[in-house]
Design a protein around this ligand. Structure first.
Ligand code: PDD
Length: 334
């Protein structure tokens, strides 16, 4: 059976789905995308992804004609029509189709395309071995906080990784690791998990945000700061987070073994906690998608058994990039 995809209001077999050659997503990369995980046929944290979508669209002044509820309904209908148990739903919205000219066209209708991808990531074989990472210069633009469909630099970085037997590339700029080509980068030092602060230099990861709320369960502290490649090579553990990898241990960086080349216990524990969260509370964490920034609290104590905190712990919850407030304000939730 052919996969059913969604294009501008219609559910169609993939071979019948078409968009214009003049679509600005195709011509200029003038569009935004999101990927939400599906586990056990249920969406994971989809509203947080849609809040980030609204925020990205606001930043490029692309008015979204759909409500969060409408977009969730399309996600769910695609999952149903494709009998998707595990995988992801890809969403892309572009400024629409118009004769090629750089400024925004007037009276154009945005294009909305969505499709599912089946993938077994909960029991992915890579969890047992960990993944290999290679470093590469960060060639991206200055607004990486916007989830733009302009992905040429990550494509080149991933290809470089693939050609070097690795599954992810960590991009380096000004001597520090920015993030993975399609994931958030983390290291573990002593009893502390380290990931860099949110800014225009990185995408505010939805998985990062969910994981932050549960770090206290590992007994570790969280330090939000930049780290160098040298520090990563010397770390006790390294891992990535994303909607498609969940929490994935990294076992080599540039051919150098991390944690003796075996997946680290902290990454594995966080993965377990995250999958619990994703499967037991598929509608998302118990905090709203965007909240005002909070001061980080080191080592917030939540014992085992209190898996579902009523509020987030030890986190910066502000998804917005400091210094970039010019566009439409972010829309959080429906
Ligand atoms: N990528 N950083 C970058 C550059 C990313 O592209 C992604 C996600 C992340 C992690 O974000 P999240 O936790 O919200 O998935 C960080 C998606 C999965 C992709 O491009 O396929």
């Amino acid at each position: 059976m052919s996969r059913i995809v969604y294009v501008n209001g219609a559910y169609l077999p993939e071979e019948d789905a078409k968009i214009s050659v003049f679509d600005r997503g195709f011509i200029f990369g003038d569009g935004i995308y999101e990927v939400s995980a599906v586990i056990g046929g249920k969406l994971v944290d989809c509203e947080a992804h849609l809040a980030r979508l609204a925020r990205s669209c606001g930043e490029i002044r692309l008015a979204l004609p759909w409500s969060t509820a409408e977009l969730v309904a399309i996600h769910e209908e695609l999952i149903r029509r494709n009998a998707l148990d595990e995988g992801g739903v890809y969403l892309e919205v572009t400024r629409g189709a118009s004769d090629r000219d750089f400024p925004f066209p007037k009276d154009v209708t945005p294009t909305l395309v969505m499709f599912t991808q089946a993938r077994n990531f909960v029991n992915a074989p890579a969890v047992k071995t960990g993944i290999k990472v290679v470093s590469t210069p960060d060639l991206r633009w200055a607004r990486r906080d916007i989830k733009s469909v302009n992905l040429l630099a990550p494509v080149l970085a991933k290809q470089f990784a693939a050609e070097n037997g690795a599954q992810e590339a960590w991009m380096i700029e000004d001597g520090v690791v920015t993030e993975g080509a399609s994931s958030t980068a983390w290291i573990v030092k002593g009893k502390t998990l380290i990931s860099r602060p949110l800014s225009n230099k990185v995408l505010p990861g939805i998985t990062r945000k969910a994981v932050l709320a549960y770090i206290a369960e590992t007994g570790f502290a969280f330090e939000e700061r930049e780290f160098t490649l040298a520090e990563a090579l010397d770390a006790e553990e390294a891992f990535i987070t994303s909607a498609t990898s969940l929490v994935m241990p990294v076992t080599t960086i540039d051919g150098h073994s991390i944690h003796n080349g075996a997946p680290g216990p902290t990454a594995l524990r966080l993965r377990e906690i995250y999958i619990d969260f994703a499967t037991e509370r598929p509608e998302g964490p118990s905090f709203p998608p965007c909240e005002p920034a909070q001061r980080p609290v080191a080592r917030a104590s939540v014992g085992r058994g209190s898996r579902r905190p009523d509020r987030p712990l030890a986190v910066h919850q502000d998804d917005r990039a400091p210094g970039f407030r010019s566009g439409t304000p972010p829309v959080c939730g429906p």
